[in-house]
Design a protein around this ligand. Structure first.
Ligand SMILES: Nc1ncnc2c1ncn2[C@@H]1O[C@H](COP(=O)(O)OP(=O)(O)OP(=O)(O)O)[C@@H](O)[C@H]1O
Length: 531
Protein backbone atom coordinates (compact mmCIF):
# COMPACT_ATOMS: atom_id res chain seq x y z
CA UNK A 1 0.00 0.00 0.00
CA UNK A 2 1.39 3.42 -0.87
CA UNK A 3 1.14 4.88 2.60
CA UNK A 4 3.07 7.57 4.37
CA UNK A 5 5.81 6.49 6.75
CA UNK A 6 4.55 5.18 10.07
CA UNK A 7 0.92 5.20 8.92
CA UNK A 8 -1.23 2.26 7.88
CA UNK A 9 -4.81 1.84 6.86
CA UNK A 10 -7.43 -0.19 8.78
CA UNK A 11 -5.09 -2.90 10.01
CA UNK A 12 -7.14 -2.91 13.22
CA UNK A 13 -10.00 -4.19 11.09
CA UNK A 14 -7.81 -6.93 9.66
CA UNK A 15 -6.71 -7.96 13.14
CA UNK A 16 -10.13 -7.63 14.67
CA UNK A 17 -13.57 -8.72 13.64
CA UNK A 18 -12.91 -9.42 9.97
CA UNK A 19 -12.19 -13.02 9.26
CA UNK A 20 -10.15 -13.96 6.19
CA UNK A 21 -7.80 -11.05 5.50
CA UNK A 22 -6.63 -9.31 3.36
CA UNK A 23 -9.03 -6.41 3.43
CA UNK A 24 -8.87 -2.76 2.72
CA UNK A 25 -11.48 -0.06 3.02
CA UNK A 26 -13.70 0.19 -0.05
CA UNK A 27 -12.32 3.44 -1.41
CA UNK A 28 -8.89 1.85 -1.97
CA UNK A 29 -5.44 2.41 -0.62
CA UNK A 30 -4.88 6.15 -0.59
CA UNK A 31 -2.68 7.99 1.89
CA UNK A 32 -4.40 10.16 4.49
CA UNK A 33 -3.97 13.86 3.80
CA UNK A 34 -2.04 15.64 6.54
CA UNK A 35 -3.56 19.11 6.22
CA UNK A 36 -7.14 18.39 7.22
CA UNK A 37 -9.04 20.31 9.85
CA UNK A 38 -9.38 18.33 13.06
CA UNK A 39 -13.01 18.03 14.20
CA UNK A 40 -12.59 15.97 17.37
CA UNK A 41 -9.77 14.41 19.33
CA UNK A 42 -10.14 11.98 22.24
CA UNK A 43 -9.14 8.71 23.83
CA UNK A 44 -10.80 5.40 23.03
CA UNK A 45 -9.79 1.82 23.46
CA UNK A 46 -9.38 0.18 20.06
CA UNK A 47 -8.48 -3.48 19.88
CA UNK A 48 -6.63 -4.13 23.13
CA UNK A 49 -5.08 -0.74 23.86
CA UNK A 50 -5.85 2.90 24.52
CA UNK A 51 -5.52 5.09 21.47
CA UNK A 52 -5.30 8.77 20.71
CA UNK A 53 -8.14 9.12 18.17
CA UNK A 54 -8.49 12.02 15.74
CA UNK A 55 -11.59 12.73 13.65
CA UNK A 56 -10.78 15.03 10.75
CA UNK A 57 -12.82 16.09 7.74
CA UNK A 58 -12.05 13.00 5.69
CA UNK A 59 -10.63 10.37 8.02
CA UNK A 60 -10.67 8.82 11.44
CA UNK A 61 -7.14 8.02 12.62
CA UNK A 62 -5.74 6.54 15.79
CA UNK A 63 -2.36 5.89 17.33
CA UNK A 64 -1.69 3.69 20.41
CA UNK A 65 -0.79 5.55 23.59
CA UNK A 66 2.34 3.89 24.97
CA UNK A 67 4.43 4.61 28.05
CA UNK A 68 7.55 6.68 27.33
CA UNK A 69 10.54 4.62 26.16
CA UNK A 70 14.21 5.49 25.49
CA UNK A 71 14.61 7.29 22.16
CA UNK A 72 15.30 5.06 19.17
CA UNK A 73 13.31 2.04 20.44
CA UNK A 74 12.29 0.58 17.08
CA UNK A 75 9.71 -1.80 18.61
CA UNK A 76 7.99 1.17 20.18
CA UNK A 77 8.03 3.10 16.89
CA UNK A 78 6.36 0.13 15.19
CA UNK A 79 3.63 -0.07 17.84
CA UNK A 80 3.01 3.69 17.55
CA UNK A 81 2.10 3.39 13.89
CA UNK A 82 -0.95 5.49 13.03
CA UNK A 83 -3.90 3.74 11.44
CA UNK A 84 -6.85 5.32 9.71
CA UNK A 85 -10.06 4.81 7.80
CA UNK A 86 -11.60 7.26 5.38
CA UNK A 87 -15.00 8.54 6.47
CA UNK A 88 -16.47 7.72 3.04
CA UNK A 89 -16.00 4.01 3.88
CA UNK A 90 -18.19 4.23 7.00
CA UNK A 91 -21.87 3.52 6.37
CA UNK A 92 -23.34 3.52 9.86
CA UNK A 93 -22.57 4.48 13.45
CA UNK A 94 -24.28 3.11 16.57
CA UNK A 95 -23.81 3.46 20.30
CA UNK A 96 -22.55 0.17 21.68
CA UNK A 97 -24.31 -0.96 24.85
CA UNK A 98 -24.26 -4.09 26.95
CA UNK A 99 -27.80 -5.27 27.63
CA UNK A 100 -28.72 -8.18 29.82
CA UNK A 101 -31.59 -10.49 28.96
CA UNK A 102 -34.95 -8.81 29.74
CA UNK A 103 -33.12 -5.63 30.79
CA UNK A 104 -35.30 -2.51 30.75
CA UNK A 105 -33.82 0.68 29.27
CA UNK A 106 -30.70 1.20 27.21
CA UNK A 107 -28.13 -0.92 29.00
CA UNK A 108 -24.59 0.06 29.95
CA UNK A 109 -22.75 2.18 27.42
CA UNK A 110 -19.54 0.62 26.13
CA UNK A 111 -18.64 3.04 23.35
CA UNK A 112 -19.31 3.54 19.64
CA UNK A 113 -19.41 1.01 16.81
CA UNK A 114 -18.59 2.08 13.27
CA UNK A 115 -19.88 -0.04 10.38
CA UNK A 116 -17.44 -0.04 7.50
CA UNK A 117 -17.44 -1.18 3.89
CA UNK A 118 -14.30 -3.21 3.13
CA UNK A 119 -12.94 -4.22 -0.24
CA UNK A 120 -12.05 -7.90 -0.47
CA UNK A 121 -10.61 -10.03 -3.26
CA UNK A 122 -12.40 -10.45 -6.63
CA UNK A 123 -14.28 -7.14 -6.42
CA UNK A 124 -16.17 -8.29 -3.33
CA UNK A 125 -17.27 -5.77 -0.75
CA UNK A 126 -17.84 -6.82 2.84
CA UNK A 127 -19.25 -5.11 5.89
CA UNK A 128 -17.13 -4.92 9.01
CA UNK A 129 -17.11 -3.13 12.37
CA UNK A 130 -14.69 -1.02 14.37
CA UNK A 131 -15.38 -0.54 18.09
CA UNK A 132 -14.28 2.67 19.81
CA UNK A 133 -14.58 1.84 23.52
CA UNK A 134 -15.16 4.60 26.07
CA UNK A 135 -17.62 4.36 28.95
CA UNK A 136 -18.37 8.10 29.19
CA UNK A 137 -21.91 8.95 27.95
CA UNK A 138 -20.98 12.60 27.29
CA UNK A 139 -17.80 11.79 25.41
CA UNK A 140 -19.50 9.16 23.23
CA UNK A 141 -22.52 11.38 22.63
CA UNK A 142 -20.37 14.17 21.16
CA UNK A 143 -18.53 11.74 18.87
CA UNK A 144 -21.72 9.90 17.91
CA UNK A 145 -23.52 13.11 16.89
CA UNK A 146 -20.54 14.37 14.91
CA UNK A 147 -20.18 11.06 13.06
CA UNK A 148 -23.92 10.94 12.32
CA UNK A 149 -23.75 14.47 10.93
CA UNK A 150 -20.86 13.49 8.66
CA UNK A 151 -22.66 10.37 7.39
CA UNK A 152 -25.81 12.39 6.62
CA UNK A 153 -23.70 14.60 4.34
CA UNK A 154 -22.94 12.02 1.61
CA UNK A 155 -25.33 13.15 -1.10
CA UNK A 156 -25.62 9.95 -3.17
CA UNK A 157 -26.41 7.60 -0.31
CA UNK A 158 -30.08 6.58 -0.49
CA UNK A 159 -32.28 7.13 2.55
CA UNK A 160 -35.37 5.56 1.06
CA UNK A 161 -35.67 2.85 -1.61
CA UNK A 162 -38.52 1.38 -3.66
CA UNK A 163 -37.82 -2.34 -4.01
CA UNK A 164 -39.22 -4.78 -6.58
CA UNK A 165 -38.72 -8.43 -5.75
CA UNK A 166 -39.42 -11.31 -8.13
CA UNK A 167 -40.32 -14.35 -5.96
CA UNK A 168 -40.01 -16.67 -8.98
CA UNK A 169 -36.40 -15.82 -9.88
CA UNK A 170 -33.98 -18.72 -10.24
CA UNK A 171 -34.77 -21.25 -7.47
CA UNK A 172 -37.42 -19.00 -5.91
CA UNK A 173 -34.86 -17.77 -3.41
CA UNK A 174 -35.16 -14.02 -3.99
CA UNK A 175 -37.41 -13.43 -0.95
CA UNK A 176 -35.10 -15.43 1.29
CA UNK A 177 -31.98 -13.68 -0.10
CA UNK A 178 -33.58 -10.29 0.51
CA UNK A 179 -34.60 -11.01 4.11
CA UNK A 180 -31.37 -12.84 5.02
CA UNK A 181 -28.72 -10.66 3.41
CA UNK A 182 -30.07 -7.40 2.05
CA UNK A 183 -32.66 -6.16 4.55
CA UNK A 184 -30.38 -6.38 7.64
CA UNK A 185 -27.70 -4.25 5.94
CA UNK A 186 -30.25 -1.69 4.73
CA UNK A 187 -31.70 -1.48 8.26
CA UNK A 188 -28.23 -1.06 9.74
CA UNK A 189 -27.56 1.79 7.31
CA UNK A 190 -30.88 3.43 8.23
CA UNK A 191 -32.35 3.06 4.73
CA UNK A 192 -36.15 2.85 4.72
CA UNK A 193 -37.73 0.50 2.19
CA UNK A 194 -41.00 -0.13 0.45
CA UNK A 195 -41.03 -3.67 -0.97
CA UNK A 196 -43.37 -4.87 -3.73
CA UNK A 197 -43.39 -8.56 -4.64
CA UNK A 198 -44.14 -8.89 -8.34
CA UNK A 199 -46.92 -11.28 -9.30
CA UNK A 200 -46.45 -11.81 -13.04
CA UNK A 201 -44.23 -10.90 -15.95
CA UNK A 202 -44.73 -7.22 -16.79
CA UNK A 203 -46.03 -6.41 -13.30
CA UNK A 204 -43.06 -4.12 -12.53
CA UNK A 205 -43.73 -2.19 -15.77
CA UNK A 206 -47.38 -1.60 -14.96
CA UNK A 207 -46.61 -0.66 -11.34
CA UNK A 208 -43.88 1.76 -12.35
CA UNK A 209 -46.25 3.51 -14.78
CA UNK A 210 -48.38 4.78 -11.93
CA UNK A 211 -46.79 4.29 -8.53
CA UNK A 212 -45.69 7.21 -6.40
CA UNK A 213 -41.92 7.59 -6.54
CA UNK A 214 -41.62 10.93 -4.83
CA UNK A 215 -39.71 10.52 -1.61
CA UNK A 216 -37.61 7.61 -2.92
CA UNK A 217 -33.93 8.11 -3.67
CA UNK A 218 -33.60 4.99 -5.79
CA UNK A 219 -35.22 1.81 -7.07
CA UNK A 220 -33.86 -1.67 -6.42
CA UNK A 221 -34.67 -4.90 -8.23
CA UNK A 222 -34.12 -8.27 -6.54
CA UNK A 223 -34.10 -10.90 -9.29
CA UNK A 224 -32.33 -11.97 -12.46
CA UNK A 225 -31.67 -10.27 -15.77
CA UNK A 226 -35.28 -10.50 -16.90
CA UNK A 227 -36.53 -8.61 -13.86
CA UNK A 228 -33.63 -6.14 -13.85
CA UNK A 229 -34.03 -5.13 -17.48
CA UNK A 230 -37.83 -4.94 -17.03
CA UNK A 231 -37.41 -2.45 -14.18
CA UNK A 232 -34.76 -0.45 -16.11
CA UNK A 233 -37.11 -0.35 -19.13
CA UNK A 234 -40.02 0.73 -16.92
CA UNK A 235 -37.98 3.51 -15.26
CA UNK A 236 -36.95 4.86 -18.66
CA UNK A 237 -40.51 4.66 -20.03
CA UNK A 238 -41.70 6.59 -16.99
CA UNK A 239 -38.99 9.24 -17.51
CA UNK A 240 -40.14 9.77 -21.14
CA UNK A 241 -43.77 10.07 -20.01
CA UNK A 242 -42.89 12.57 -17.29
CA UNK A 243 -40.90 14.64 -19.79
CA UNK A 244 -43.73 14.51 -22.35
CA UNK A 245 -41.58 12.55 -24.82
CA UNK A 246 -43.44 10.18 -27.16
CA UNK A 247 -41.85 6.88 -26.04
CA UNK A 248 -42.84 4.93 -29.16
CA UNK A 249 -40.83 7.10 -31.49
CA UNK A 250 -38.14 8.22 -29.12
CA UNK A 251 -34.93 9.48 -30.77
CA UNK A 252 -33.36 11.36 -27.89
CA UNK A 253 -34.69 9.81 -24.70
CA UNK A 254 -34.37 11.64 -21.39
CA UNK A 255 -32.45 10.09 -18.49
CA UNK A 256 -34.12 7.95 -15.84
CA UNK A 257 -34.97 10.11 -12.81
CA UNK A 258 -33.88 7.63 -10.15
CA UNK A 259 -30.85 5.37 -9.94
CA UNK A 260 -31.40 1.62 -10.09
CA UNK A 261 -29.73 -1.01 -7.90
CA UNK A 262 -29.63 -4.69 -8.80
CA UNK A 263 -29.52 -7.52 -6.28
CA UNK A 264 -28.50 -10.65 -8.20
CA UNK A 265 -30.98 -13.42 -7.42
CA UNK A 266 -31.68 -14.86 -10.88
CA UNK A 267 -30.41 -17.79 -12.91
CA UNK A 268 -28.34 -15.40 -15.01
CA UNK A 269 -27.17 -12.12 -13.53
CA UNK A 270 -25.26 -10.61 -16.44
CA UNK A 271 -26.29 -7.04 -15.57
CA UNK A 272 -25.35 -7.29 -11.90
CA UNK A 273 -22.13 -9.17 -12.77
CA UNK A 274 -21.11 -6.44 -15.25
CA UNK A 275 -21.94 -3.74 -12.74
CA UNK A 276 -20.26 -5.11 -9.63
CA UNK A 277 -17.61 -7.36 -11.25
CA UNK A 278 -19.13 -10.25 -9.35
CA UNK A 279 -22.73 -11.48 -8.84
CA UNK A 280 -22.48 -11.17 -5.05
CA UNK A 281 -25.48 -10.09 -2.99
CA UNK A 282 -23.63 -8.32 -0.15
CA UNK A 283 -21.37 -6.49 -2.63
CA UNK A 284 -24.42 -5.29 -4.56
CA UNK A 285 -26.15 -4.18 -1.34
CA UNK A 286 -23.10 -2.27 -0.12
CA UNK A 287 -22.68 -0.46 -3.47
CA UNK A 288 -26.30 0.67 -3.06
CA UNK A 289 -25.86 1.75 0.57
CA UNK A 290 -22.61 3.61 -0.18
CA UNK A 291 -24.35 5.42 -3.06
CA UNK A 292 -21.72 4.42 -5.63
CA UNK A 293 -23.32 5.66 -8.84
CA UNK A 294 -22.34 4.54 -12.31
CA UNK A 295 -23.85 6.08 -15.46
CA UNK A 296 -24.59 3.26 -17.90
CA UNK A 297 -25.18 3.34 -21.65
CA UNK A 298 -28.59 2.10 -22.77
CA UNK A 299 -29.85 0.94 -26.18
CA UNK A 300 -33.26 1.49 -27.69
CA UNK A 301 -34.51 -1.47 -29.72
CA UNK A 302 -37.14 -0.43 -32.28
CA UNK A 303 -38.96 -2.09 -35.15
CA UNK A 304 -41.14 -0.45 -37.82
CA UNK A 305 -40.30 2.89 -36.14
CA UNK A 306 -41.82 1.76 -32.84
CA UNK A 307 -39.92 1.22 -29.61
CA UNK A 308 -39.69 -2.44 -28.59
CA UNK A 309 -37.82 -1.70 -25.38
CA UNK A 310 -34.90 -0.08 -23.65
CA UNK A 311 -32.11 -2.56 -22.92
CA UNK A 312 -28.40 -3.20 -22.57
CA UNK A 313 -27.62 -6.14 -24.86
CA UNK A 314 -29.12 -8.35 -27.54
CA UNK A 315 -28.35 -11.52 -29.46
CA UNK A 316 -29.87 -12.63 -32.72
CA UNK A 317 -29.36 -16.01 -34.44
CA UNK A 318 -27.83 -18.67 -32.18
CA UNK A 319 -28.29 -16.53 -29.03
CA UNK A 320 -31.95 -15.85 -29.82
CA UNK A 321 -32.72 -19.46 -30.78
CA UNK A 322 -31.06 -20.81 -27.63
CA UNK A 323 -33.24 -18.59 -25.43
CA UNK A 324 -36.36 -19.54 -27.39
CA UNK A 325 -35.56 -23.22 -26.79
CA UNK A 326 -34.78 -22.64 -23.10
CA UNK A 327 -38.16 -20.91 -22.64
CA UNK A 328 -39.91 -24.03 -23.99
CA UNK A 329 -38.34 -26.12 -21.23
CA UNK A 330 -39.19 -23.88 -18.24
CA UNK A 331 -40.07 -27.00 -16.23
CA UNK A 332 -36.36 -27.97 -16.14
CA UNK A 333 -34.01 -26.42 -13.59
CA UNK A 334 -32.38 -23.18 -14.86
CA UNK A 335 -28.94 -24.74 -15.40
CA UNK A 336 -30.30 -27.89 -17.04
CA UNK A 337 -32.55 -25.79 -19.25
CA UNK A 338 -29.67 -23.56 -20.35
CA UNK A 339 -27.28 -26.45 -21.11
CA UNK A 340 -30.00 -28.42 -22.90
CA UNK A 341 -30.97 -25.40 -25.03
CA UNK A 342 -27.33 -24.73 -25.99
CA UNK A 343 -26.84 -28.34 -27.09
CA UNK A 344 -30.16 -28.45 -28.98
CA UNK A 345 -29.44 -25.12 -30.71
CA UNK A 346 -26.00 -26.45 -31.71
CA UNK A 347 -27.40 -29.67 -33.17
CA UNK A 348 -29.91 -27.65 -35.23
CA UNK A 349 -27.43 -24.86 -35.96
CA UNK A 350 -28.41 -22.78 -38.97
CA UNK A 351 -27.42 -19.35 -40.23
CA UNK A 352 -29.74 -16.36 -40.58
CA UNK A 353 -29.85 -14.69 -43.95
CA UNK A 354 -29.79 -10.99 -43.26
CA UNK A 355 -28.41 -7.54 -43.91
CA UNK A 356 -26.61 -5.77 -41.11
CA UNK A 357 -26.04 -2.02 -41.40
CA UNK A 358 -24.10 -0.16 -38.78
CA UNK A 359 -22.77 3.27 -37.97
CA UNK A 360 -19.23 2.86 -36.67
CA UNK A 361 -18.15 5.01 -33.77
CA UNK A 362 -15.87 7.35 -35.56
CA UNK A 363 -13.82 10.17 -34.12
CA UNK A 364 -13.71 12.08 -37.37
CA UNK A 365 -17.50 11.89 -37.44
CA UNK A 366 -17.58 13.26 -33.89
CA UNK A 367 -15.40 16.09 -35.16
CA UNK A 368 -17.89 16.80 -37.98
CA UNK A 369 -20.68 16.90 -35.43
CA UNK A 370 -18.79 19.31 -33.22
CA UNK A 371 -18.35 21.54 -36.25
CA UNK A 372 -22.10 21.61 -36.78
CA UNK A 373 -22.80 19.00 -39.48
CA UNK A 374 -25.89 17.00 -38.58
CA UNK A 375 -25.16 13.35 -37.86
CA UNK A 376 -28.27 12.13 -39.64
CA UNK A 377 -26.96 13.61 -42.89
CA UNK A 378 -23.79 11.47 -42.81
CA UNK A 379 -25.47 8.46 -44.39
CA UNK A 380 -22.26 7.52 -46.22
CA UNK A 381 -20.76 6.56 -42.86
CA UNK A 382 -23.12 3.62 -42.63
CA UNK A 383 -21.54 0.28 -43.54
CA UNK A 384 -23.45 -2.75 -44.74
CA UNK A 385 -22.79 -6.47 -44.47
CA UNK A 386 -24.97 -8.98 -46.24
CA UNK A 387 -24.92 -12.76 -45.99
CA UNK A 388 -25.45 -15.66 -43.69
CA UNK A 389 -24.72 -15.18 -40.01
CA UNK A 390 -24.73 -17.72 -37.20
CA UNK A 391 -24.91 -15.12 -34.46
CA UNK A 392 -25.11 -11.36 -34.10
CA UNK A 393 -24.43 -9.77 -30.69
CA UNK A 394 -25.02 -6.09 -29.97
CA UNK A 395 -23.82 -5.10 -26.51
CA UNK A 396 -23.62 -1.76 -24.72
CA UNK A 397 -22.13 -3.34 -21.56
CA UNK A 398 -19.41 -6.02 -21.17
CA UNK A 399 -21.94 -8.75 -20.24
CA UNK A 400 -19.88 -10.63 -17.66
CA UNK A 401 -21.33 -14.02 -16.71
CA UNK A 402 -20.26 -17.39 -15.35
CA UNK A 403 -19.71 -18.81 -18.84
CA UNK A 404 -17.78 -15.72 -20.02
CA UNK A 405 -15.93 -14.32 -16.99
CA UNK A 406 -14.20 -11.63 -19.08
CA UNK A 407 -17.54 -10.79 -20.69
CA UNK A 408 -19.38 -11.59 -23.90
CA UNK A 409 -18.18 -8.17 -25.08
CA UNK A 410 -14.93 -7.69 -23.14
CA UNK A 411 -13.86 -4.62 -25.10
CA UNK A 412 -16.82 -2.46 -24.25
CA UNK A 413 -17.42 -0.62 -20.98
CA UNK A 414 -20.51 0.38 -19.01
CA UNK A 415 -20.41 3.97 -20.23
CA UNK A 416 -17.92 4.34 -23.07
CA UNK A 417 -20.53 5.71 -25.47
CA UNK A 418 -20.33 2.77 -27.86
CA UNK A 419 -21.69 -0.72 -28.47
CA UNK A 420 -19.82 -3.85 -29.47
CA UNK A 421 -21.19 -5.45 -32.63
CA UNK A 422 -19.91 -9.04 -32.79
CA UNK A 423 -20.76 -11.08 -35.85
CA UNK A 424 -20.15 -14.80 -36.42
CA UNK A 425 -20.55 -15.56 -40.12
CA UNK A 426 -21.59 -19.00 -41.31
CA UNK A 427 -19.03 -21.71 -40.62
CA UNK A 428 -18.86 -25.37 -39.66
CA UNK A 429 -20.36 -26.48 -36.36
CA UNK A 430 -16.96 -27.54 -34.88
CA UNK A 431 -15.44 -24.14 -35.71
CA UNK A 432 -18.40 -22.32 -34.17
CA UNK A 433 -18.14 -24.48 -31.02
CA UNK A 434 -14.43 -23.63 -30.81
CA UNK A 435 -15.36 -19.95 -30.91
CA UNK A 436 -17.97 -20.41 -28.15
CA UNK A 437 -15.55 -22.36 -25.96
CA UNK A 438 -13.05 -19.51 -26.14
CA UNK A 439 -15.45 -17.30 -24.10
CA UNK A 440 -14.65 -19.42 -21.07
CA UNK A 441 -10.90 -19.46 -21.66
CA UNK A 442 -8.21 -16.80 -21.64
CA UNK A 443 -7.73 -17.09 -25.42
CA UNK A 444 -9.18 -14.45 -27.75
CA UNK A 445 -12.66 -15.58 -28.76
CA UNK A 446 -12.64 -13.25 -31.73
CA UNK A 447 -9.50 -14.53 -33.50
CA UNK A 448 -11.38 -16.65 -36.04
CA UNK A 449 -11.70 -15.77 -39.73
CA UNK A 450 -15.52 -15.97 -39.51
CA UNK A 451 -15.79 -13.59 -36.53
CA UNK A 452 -15.84 -9.81 -36.98
CA UNK A 453 -16.11 -7.15 -34.29
CA UNK A 454 -17.00 -3.48 -34.67
CA UNK A 455 -17.37 -0.57 -32.27
CA UNK A 456 -20.62 1.11 -33.24
CA UNK A 457 -23.27 3.61 -32.18
CA UNK A 458 -26.18 2.35 -34.28
CA UNK A 459 -27.08 -1.00 -35.90
CA UNK A 460 -29.91 -2.25 -38.12
CA UNK A 461 -30.48 -5.99 -38.51
CA UNK A 462 -32.80 -6.82 -41.36
CA UNK A 463 -33.64 -10.53 -41.76
CA UNK A 464 -34.59 -12.01 -45.12
CA UNK A 465 -38.04 -13.59 -44.88
CA UNK A 466 -39.10 -16.65 -46.86
CA UNK A 467 -41.86 -14.80 -48.63
CA UNK A 468 -40.65 -11.33 -49.35
CA UNK A 469 -36.88 -10.99 -49.17
CA UNK A 470 -35.41 -8.44 -46.78
CA UNK A 471 -38.16 -7.18 -44.52
CA UNK A 472 -37.10 -3.65 -43.75
CA UNK A 473 -39.84 -1.92 -41.72
CA UNK A 474 -42.39 -4.25 -43.19
CA UNK A 475 -45.72 -5.10 -41.61
CA UNK A 476 -46.69 -8.78 -41.44
CA UNK A 477 -48.56 -9.85 -44.60
CA UNK A 478 -52.29 -10.77 -44.57
CA UNK A 479 -51.74 -14.55 -44.76
CA UNK A 480 -48.81 -14.74 -42.38
CA UNK A 481 -49.08 -14.84 -38.65
CA UNK A 482 -46.41 -12.98 -36.71
CA UNK A 483 -45.10 -16.23 -35.22
CA UNK A 484 -44.59 -17.77 -38.69
CA UNK A 485 -42.41 -14.93 -39.88
CA UNK A 486 -40.89 -13.65 -36.66
CA UNK A 487 -37.46 -14.55 -35.42
CA UNK A 488 -36.28 -14.83 -31.82
CA UNK A 489 -34.18 -12.08 -30.26
CA UNK A 490 -32.60 -12.36 -26.85
CA UNK A 491 -32.82 -8.87 -25.36
CA UNK A 492 -31.24 -8.87 -21.88
CA UNK A 493 -32.33 -12.48 -21.42
CA UNK A 494 -35.92 -11.75 -22.47
CA UNK A 495 -37.31 -13.46 -25.53
CA UNK A 496 -38.75 -11.13 -28.19
CA UNK A 497 -40.18 -12.41 -31.46
CA UNK A 498 -39.70 -9.83 -34.21
CA UNK A 499 -40.65 -10.16 -37.86
CA UNK A 500 -38.98 -7.06 -39.31
CA UNK A 501 -35.82 -5.04 -39.14
CA UNK A 502 -34.60 -4.23 -35.64
CA UNK A 503 -32.95 -0.82 -35.22
CA UNK A 504 -30.61 -0.46 -32.24
CA UNK A 505 -29.44 2.98 -31.11
CA UNK A 506 -27.04 3.77 -28.28
CA UNK A 507 -27.83 6.44 -25.68
CA UNK A 508 -24.75 7.19 -23.56
CA UNK A 509 -25.23 7.22 -19.77
CA UNK A 510 -29.03 7.16 -20.00
CA UNK A 511 -29.46 5.52 -16.61
CA UNK A 512 -27.48 5.56 -13.38
CA UNK A 513 -27.02 2.22 -11.70
CA UNK A 514 -25.60 1.65 -8.24
CA UNK A 515 -22.22 0.01 -8.84
CA UNK A 516 -18.59 0.49 -9.78
CA UNK A 517 -16.84 0.91 -13.13
CA UNK A 518 -14.89 -2.02 -14.53
CA UNK A 519 -11.70 0.11 -14.44
CA UNK A 520 -11.90 0.10 -10.64
CA UNK A 521 -12.36 -3.64 -10.64
CA UNK A 522 -9.98 -6.47 -11.29
CA UNK A 523 -9.62 -10.20 -10.85
CA UNK A 524 -11.94 -11.39 -13.62
CA UNK A 525 -10.73 -14.93 -12.93
CA UNK A 526 -11.40 -17.47 -15.61
CA UNK A 527 -12.64 -20.57 -13.86
CA UNK A 528 -15.33 -22.25 -15.87
CA UNK A 529 -15.61 -24.29 -19.01
CA UNK A 530 -19.22 -24.84 -19.94
CA UNK A 531 -18.98 -26.63 -23.26
N1 LIG B 1 -44.43 -13.49 -9.74
C1 LIG B 1 -43.95 -13.75 -10.95
N2 LIG B 1 -44.29 -14.88 -11.59
C2 LIG B 1 -43.78 -15.17 -12.79
N3 LIG B 1 -42.91 -14.38 -13.48
C3 LIG B 1 -42.54 -13.25 -12.90
C4 LIG B 1 -43.03 -12.86 -11.62
N4 LIG B 1 -42.48 -11.67 -11.30
C5 LIG B 1 -41.68 -11.33 -12.34
N5 LIG B 1 -41.72 -12.26 -13.31
C6 LIG B 1 -40.97 -12.29 -14.57
O1 LIG B 1 -40.03 -13.37 -14.52
C7 LIG B 1 -39.05 -13.16 -15.53
C8 LIG B 1 -37.73 -13.80 -15.17
O2 LIG B 1 -37.35 -13.41 -13.89
P1 LIG B 1 -35.86 -13.16 -13.41
O3 LIG B 1 -35.07 -12.57 -14.47
O4 LIG B 1 -35.94 -12.41 -12.14
O5 LIG B 1 -35.38 -14.60 -12.99
P2 LIG B 1 -34.68 -15.76 -13.78
O6 LIG B 1 -35.48 -16.17 -14.94
O7 LIG B 1 -34.32 -16.81 -12.79
O8 LIG B 1 -33.34 -15.10 -14.18
P3 LIG B 1 -32.77 -14.70 -15.59
O9 LIG B 1 -33.78 -13.86 -16.32
O10 LIG B 1 -31.58 -13.95 -15.18
O11 LIG B 1 -32.47 -16.00 -16.28
C9 LIG B 1 -38.95 -11.64 -15.66
O12 LIG B 1 -39.12 -11.31 -17.01
C10 LIG B 1 -40.11 -11.11 -14.81
O13 LIG B 1 -40.88 -10.14 -15.50
Amino acid sequence: MPLGRGRSRVSALERGEVEGAPAEAASGPTARPQTERILLRGIFEIGRGSCDVVLSERALSWRPILPERPAGDSKCELKCKEEFIELKDIFSVKLKRRCFVKQQGNGTLLGITLFICLKKEQNKLKDSTLDLINLSEDHCDIWFRQLEKILAGFPNRPKSLKIFLNPQSHKKEAVHIYHEKVEPLLKLAGVSTDVTITEYEGHAVSLLKECELQGFDGVVCVGGDGSASEVAHALLLRAQKSAGVEADHVLCPVRAQLPLGLIPAGSTNVLAHSLYGIPHVVTATLHIIMGHLQPVDVCTFSTCGKLLRFGFSAMFGFGGRTLALAEKYRWMSPNQRRDFAVIKALTTLKPEDCTISFLPLNNSQDELQRQGSPKSGCSDHWQTLQGQFLNVSIMAIPCLCSVAPRGLAPNTRLNNGSMALIIARNTTRPEFIKHLKRYASVKNQFSFPFVETYTVEEVKVCPKTKTSGYSESEEVGPHESASETSLPWNIDGDLMEVASEVHVRLHPGLISLYGGSLEEMNDCNVTCNCL
